[in-house]
Design a protein around this ligand. Structure first.
Ligand code: ADP
Length: 494
């Protein structure tokens, strides 16, 4: 099996969200399973500063973009600690600029052209480097055109005849939708697209084109795969997704254990594993309270939240319960950036509840690690959550997640009730209704659980023992690639 993972961002080159973690880590995990994997991504300005020094491959690309031919180059280096190759598409006009997709909060006006170029340049690089992958694994809207371009311009070329395609959706809300006038810049012939691919008004929707044309589809959790087939979660594409129900799978992301393991984490005041979790977390909690300027009280429940300050993450629910909650004997630490309305909310709450809440507005990976280790409870009341990573980090760090049972949260957190406590499978607290009352009820259940030392310890240890490694995730992807290949082969034979 030989796979090309194609993504618009990947660690350690360039990152804006969870997609970068998946795209940068999956090829390394596949390589460990003996699968030949390569990664394709744009050579952004950020990637130039990543500290890795990709070398020239000698390949020059000439990519049609409407009436123009755009030139590019392909650079390469190994992914850290791996035999997997990264190939970076170098086109300074498109990619050597500030911001991957946006600048000052506004989308780059040529995003359609940039990512149409990236898709075609990747196919051209695969041809010129003679890589012959069995599966092209695209991710999100930026790679949505690949299956159509493959069919239109590459299928008859040597090495492309049996190539299959998989498209992974990391967040259905981002679709890459452009006016009908954008079509010429994509280099796609109008005859390749019909009502199945296009919006009703003829707009190009890169994600829709990909979802309609890739051999197989997946999302980053089984529950999200089901949810996006409903009008409530489908972002206008639920009908198309229902029509492809038999081709749509869900695979939970893994966590990178080289950075998210409390036994080896260099950011922590104390390192710990399941045998030393009580003492280790006590030291990390004291460290976090000191850092956050909160009273150093070992017994007080410390709640945490880390992530984008966005409606998606349930911040309206948190806003509704915060005042009441912070009047109780609790502490809370928040780390995030995003919607200015929530920055204001956090400022007001901090002023109203001195010594109870500390909000760090910003992005800091080391701080995220110290918060995960120092907190008792982690709140994730997301309205939707394709997979979510922090509930997995929380489990690994012995911090009990309190989550809304949606998407990946529903698939990765087992609610603590008498049955799951008895059989040892409980790993957190879940609630269903997207209401402040349901969230508050869940927090109260979590606080009560914490009062029961024996039950609490069982939940903490079950979370720490759960396997959220990329080894598991990569094996699931390997099976999906096999399925892509089976379907391609049977189609070719038929
Ligand atoms: P999403 O991709 O929807 O933003 P995920 O939970 O899938 O959410 O992944 C977000 C990742 O980014 C997690 O690793 C999270 O810890 C991290 N992250 C988000 N905001 C911050 C922040 N302000 N500081 C540090 N890490 C953050």
């Amino acid at each position: 099996m030989n796979v090309a993972v194609i993504a618009s961002e990947a660690v350690p080159f360039a990152k804006t969200g969870g997609l970068a973690d998946v795209a940068g880590t999956l090829p390394i995990a596949l390589d460990r399973l003996g699968i030949k994997a390569s990664l394709f991504l744009p050579f952004y300005r950020e990637a130039r500063r990543s500290g890795l020094s990709p070398q020239e491959t000698g390949v020059t690309l000439h990519v049609p973009a409407g009436a123009r031919i755009v030139e590019g180059k392909v650079l390469t280096c190994k992914l850290p600690g791996s035999r997997a190759d990264a190939f970076l598409i170098d086109q300074p006009g498109y990619f050597d600029r500030e911001g991957l997709y946006q600048r000052d909060g506004a989308d780059h006006p040529d995003n359609c052209e940039r990512f149409a170029f990236f898709a075609r340049a990747t196919l051209e690089a695969i041809r010129l480097l003679d890589l012959r992958p069995d599966v092209l694994h695209g991710n999100d809207w930026q790679t949505g055109l690949i299956p159509v371009l493959l069919e239109e311009s590459y299928r008859n070329r040597p090495g492309f005849g049996a190539m299959g395609t998989l498209l992974s959706v990391h967040n259905l809300a981002y679709q890459g939708s452009f006016g009908p006038q954008a079509l010429p810049s994509t280099g796609i012939e109008p005859r390749m697209l019909d009502g199945f691919h296009l919006e009703g008004d003829g707009r190009l929707n890169f994600l829709k084109i990909g979802l309609a044309s890739a051999d197989l589809l997946n999302t980053v959790s089984p529950t999200y795969a089901r949810e996006i087939q409903t009008p409530e979660y489908g972002c206008g594409l639920d009908g198309l997704l229902r029509s492809r129900s038999a081709d749509l799978f869900g695979i939970i992301n893994g966590i990178d254990e080289s950075t998210w393991d409390p036994a080896t984490d260099r950011d922590l005041a104390a390192r710990y594993d399941s045998a030393t979790v009580e003492a280790g977390k006590a030291a990390c909690k004291a460290d976090l309270q000191r850092l956050a300027g909160l009273p150093g009280r070992p017994g007080v429940p410390l709640l945490a939240q880390i992530g984008r300050l966005a409606r998606q993450k349930g911040w309206d629910l948190l806003a509704a319960v915060a005042d009441d909650l912070l009047r109780e004997d609790v502490q809370m630490v928040v780390l995030g950036t995003g919607d200015p309305a929530y920055h204001d909310l956090l400022g007001r709450l901090e002023a109203a509840h001195p010594g109870k809440l500390r909000a760090f507005v910003g992005f800091s990976d080391p701080l995220a690690h110290r918060i995960e280790a120092g907190a008792d409870l982690f709140l994730m009341p997301s309205l939707y959550e394709p997979c979510g990573l922090n509930q997995l980090y929380s489990q690994a760090y012995g911090t009990v997640p309190v989550v809304r049972a949606t998407g990946g949260l529903a698939d990765t957190v087992v609610d603590a009730n008498p049955a799951t406590l008895a059989d040892g499978t409980a790993t957190g607290i879940t609630f269903r209704d997207p209401s402040p009352e349901a969230l508050r009820g869940a927090i109260d259940r979590a606080l009560a659980l914490r009062g029961d030392r024996e039950a609490w310890s069982k939940v903490v240890l079950a979370g720490m023992r759960a396997d959220w490694s990329w080894g598991r995730g990569a094996r699931a992807y390997a099976e999906l690639y096999e399925e892509v290949r089976r379907r391609r082969t049977s189609r070719a034979a038929g």
